[in-house]
Design a protein around this ligand. Structure first.
Ligand SMILES: [Zn+2]
Ligand SMILES: [Zn+2]
Length: 339
């Protein structure tokens, strides 16, 4: 079978390798349909993802058709279209025992720490796959269950509910996923960005208010939008040292600030800004069993992966797709590879 292998920074090759086979009773063999390209895939390609090791078959957003099942599989049947949760955890550490396996102390993610889904076939346990029915024409969108699961996790961490006004800093793919989940919970959502194209997409996908912070001053808008109270929930998808500082400043008393960044650069945040408003400042990483709820949103139409996807390429054009995403962030949102 063919696989997209990153042999080292800037070295992408489509290689031939042996088709994997079912070994355990609970294994399923998937014929991969599609894979979504994520910022972290670009980081592996560029050599800027400190978590990755080489050589690596990338891809943690992927979907496939069940082609074969082990003797003990009951969760799915042959012919099912499934999304694959990339989180692999130990089940024994403190986080795992406390229902937080997505931050397992020996966490591994397929496509980052071990081989991923950008190849023609994958064998995995049935416990990581989730059946989805979007109709044959939309099967390729099932690979976007994973990025939406990031958005679901953020909503769970921030406990976003109907009466909340949510500020999402940044209108890239993750910002849009967070927004659509928040909208499905009845919250009001304000989104920011520096690029009008992205803001237009966010608005089209359901954001209530969009703001280009190059042209408009966010602080002066707060009075109008929140009666000068600040935002009860702020999600920082910009992930710069300054955006984190701003998020803490713009939060309302009793607010929640959700951080997604992986930078090790320092933000300067006076303790009093957290204490006096009794803020919850929380990280959000990957997803904690969010696939079923995302799939429900896909099937009911409250989440619209089709609007997130701007480009579809054949997997053979993977290098071109990665470079397009890297070089034209203004024109791209989610880019999907078809296998
Ligand atoms: Zn991703
Ligand atoms: Zn663990």
């Amino acid at each position: 079978m063919k696989a997209i292998m990153i042999e080292g920074p800037h070295k992408l090759r489509i290689i031939d390798m042996e088709k994997p086979q079912i070994k355990n009773k609970d294994d399923v063999l998937l014929k991969i349909i599609s894979g979504g390209i994520c910022g972290s895939d670009i980081g592996i390609y560029n050599g800027t993802n400190s978590l990755a090791t080489y050589p690596r078959i990338i891809g943690h957003e992927y979907a496939g058709i069940v082609e074969e099942i082990g003797s003990g599989v009951t969760n799915v049947k042959i012919g099912d279209v499934v999304a694959v949760d990339p989180v692999r955890s130990c089940g024994k550490c403190y986080a795992c025992k406390n229902g937080r396996h997505n931050v397992c102390s020996t966490l591994e993610v397929t496509g980052v720490h071990r081989d991923g889904g950008f190849c023609e076939y994958v064998v995995t346990s049935e416990k990581y796959v989730y059946s989805t029915d979007l109709g044959k024409d939309n099967d390729y969108l099932v690979s976007l269950v994973e990025p939406y699961s990031i958005g679901m996790e953020v909503n769970n961490r921030a406990n976003i509910k109907e009466e909340d006004t949510v500020l999402i800093m940044g209108s890239g793919p993750i910002g849009c996923c967070v927004m659509q989940v928040a909208k499905s919970r009845g919250a009001k959502v304000v989104m920011t960005d520096l690029v009008d194209n992205r803001l237009e997409r966010a608005k089209d996908m359901g954001a209530d208010v969009v703001l280009n912070v190059l042209k408009e001053d966010l602080s002066s808008k707060i009075e109008e939008i929140t009666s000068n109270e600040g935002f009860p929930v702020i999600v920082d998808t910009v992930c710069s040292p300054r955006s984190f500082e701003q998020a803490v400043e713009l939060a309302s008393p009793a607010g929640r600030v959700i951080v997604l960044g992986t930078t090790n650069k320092v933000s300067e945040i006076p303790q009093v800004n957290i204490t006096k408003k009794e803020l919850d400042v929380k990280g959000s990483r990957l997803n904690n069993h969010c696939f079923p709820e995302v799939i429900k949103g896909f099937e009911m139409g409250s989440l619209t992966p089709k609007k997130l996807c701007t480009h579809v390429f054949d997997y053979k054009d993977a290098q071109h797709a990665l470079e397009l995403l890297q070089n034209s962030p203004d024109e791209t949102c989610k880019v999907i590879l078809k296998f």
